[in-house]
Design a protein around this ligand. Sequence first.
Ligand code: CAA
Length: 706
Amino acid sequence: MPELVRLTQHGDVAVITIDNPPVNALSPGVPEGIDAAVSEAAADARVRAIVVIGAGSTFIAGADIREFGKIVAGERPKLTLLPYLLTIEDSPKPVVMAIHGQALGGGLEVAMAGHYRVLAPKAQVGQPEVKLGIIPGAAGTQRLPRLAGVVKALEMCAEGNPIGALEAMSLGIADKLIEGDLLEGAVEFAHTVADKPAPKTRERNEKLKGVPAAVFQVAREQARRKARGMRAPLAAIDAIEAATQLDFFAGCEEEARLFNECLFSTEAQAMIHVFFGERAVAKIPGLPKDVKPIEIRRAAVIGAGTMGGGIAMNYANAGIPVIVKETTQEALDRGIGIIRGNYAKTVAKGKLSQEALDQRMALMTPQLTYDGFEQADIITEAVFENMAVKKQIFAELDEIAKPDAILASNTSTLDIDEIAAATSRPATVIGTHFFSPANVMKLLEVVRGKASSPQAIATAMGLGKKLGKVAVLAGNCHGFIGNRMVAPYFREAYFLLEEGASVEAVNRALYDFGMAMGPLAVDDLAGLDIGWAIRKERAAYAKPGVRVPLVADRLCEQGRFGQKSGRGWSKYDESRKASADPETAALIETVARAAGMKRRSISSEELVDRCVYALINEGARVLADGIALRAVDIDITYIYGYGFPAWRGGPMFYADTVGLPKVLARIEEFKKTHGADLWEPAPLLKRLVAEGKRFKDLDQQKEGRG
Ligand code: CAA
């Protein structure tokens, strides 16, 4: 095995190279290696200065996140970096940190213990720990405000976003930008500071003085808003406030206390589960390793409506030329107008340049014909949910697309095999289900048909990455992973209204649970007519005598389709601000009483449990049916596609944290009251409870780790 840390000599400068692929995480052995190398170099009379650099594509991506799980599980790997960082900071010879790629978390903490930092122009530095539900644990909250100032340190530690090299320079985190060879530049810089007193970050207290209390107050208010429900951002703010009140070492102790409090929280376990989950979903068991995805150079999209337009924007954003086809000039003009308007809003916010807008629009070719489709590597159909129309389109594509082009459907519910059967090449047909707004939402649900080839699957999964999304592979059934599970979630929200809860109470309970929006607010945003059309189509499959929601259809019959018609479950003003609608409340009550239902007061706990446990129970079936590969695939689907709070880890992880026996008992209770047709516990859930296992254990078993 190659050495994790190497010490070499470049004239009178010692170079310490960290080499722990893929990202030079601070795994056991790395901090010790740095410590030993610094001590050795410091003691070497030939050495006048020291450079620390990362091998491969990055400096240091932080602590080894896998170690955190071990600690929580009761193992005690040595984690604390602090003493090693003091060895660096107390080195009598100046230590220059040479940063390319990323210096994140513990990586930035190591860098800040050095006396100088030189950065490659594309380098990024950051304290992303809150994204794992924790805070910096090696004096990051104490050293960063000393370099960058309290306000910026609060933002970086509480929000977790990295900053670029130029900003790091302007803030005082970095001392020099190095164009060209980083090591050469760093060694040259080291010569200029050799033999001079080395400034210790922990002693630089100027930027900590005179910070008004209001700064922390504002940071806390922002954290409560931007990271609703999370503890870690608030803990990070507390730790930085401590830096302004205590000396460095006492501040470190306070940071350690807060770090430990976070590390052992369910929030951290959930966020770490999501970090690895995001990467796990890209791994498809059984997909041959040598399968080559098709390179996507040109794309075409059929439909310039809300979804088609958003999908076309994705391609253009990724620099891929895209044809956008509609059936009428009017629809085409409207669609392209909306795309331009969306980009213009981003320009107005200062997040995109006018030049970039022009470039993206130039990548789009709006047209009414199939001209040029024969050159497309992927064609995405995004017309409305109607099987006959989709089959017609795929039959036409079969005639014109090149033989290996991927024919993708954006269907959100329909049978991908039936669509594929309209072509003579079902192996190239696959579902790529985007979520609205498609240019914003991070999830791409890839739906594999029974004939989809490994190449089609690999291409669609790779497409997700190329478009900056997280792709999850789903099997083919009505609604796939996401919409199949959401059906019982909405069903319960509707039932609760009929049983006595108000629209506002249902929305509020689920919002407070952490969902991005309450279910009825989502319904109003998506358009109630969508669910109405699906219910009509699915009515033929309904089991006689089983309760169905009554009020949603009645609202639609009155033309109340949600935000787009100004009224749905709630009322909306011109700026689409919602308020309670007494007419909806009256309608719900009338319909419920006419159906002989007893109205009652319902606790928020029941509102949440009914909706979320319906999701979990269906999730267990989705898993047992092989529609989702792993429980974590469901979690990632729900976090990135449906606004489930990441800090709860997704629905299946949440069920694990509640305890599956407790979840099962509650579902049994609901079954007693509402009947087995709606609430029969999923056999997989019962099996796991009987075996004393969690969904997570099931995933680990599949990976061969359980
Ligand atoms: N620990 C362990 N494994 C890590 C890791 C870390 N800090 N960072 C990345 N990895 C692993 C990933 O899991 C992935 O493994 P697989 O290939 O087995 O899936 C592999 O490294 C490559 O990572 P990515 O696929 O994410 O590669 P990328 O090039 O897209 O992104 C990155 C690279 C920007 C560094 C990204 O991996 C990242 O953001 N990593 C996490 C950084 C972070 O959160 N650091 C803080 C850690 S906590 C801390 O440091 C606490 C403290 O104060 C001491």
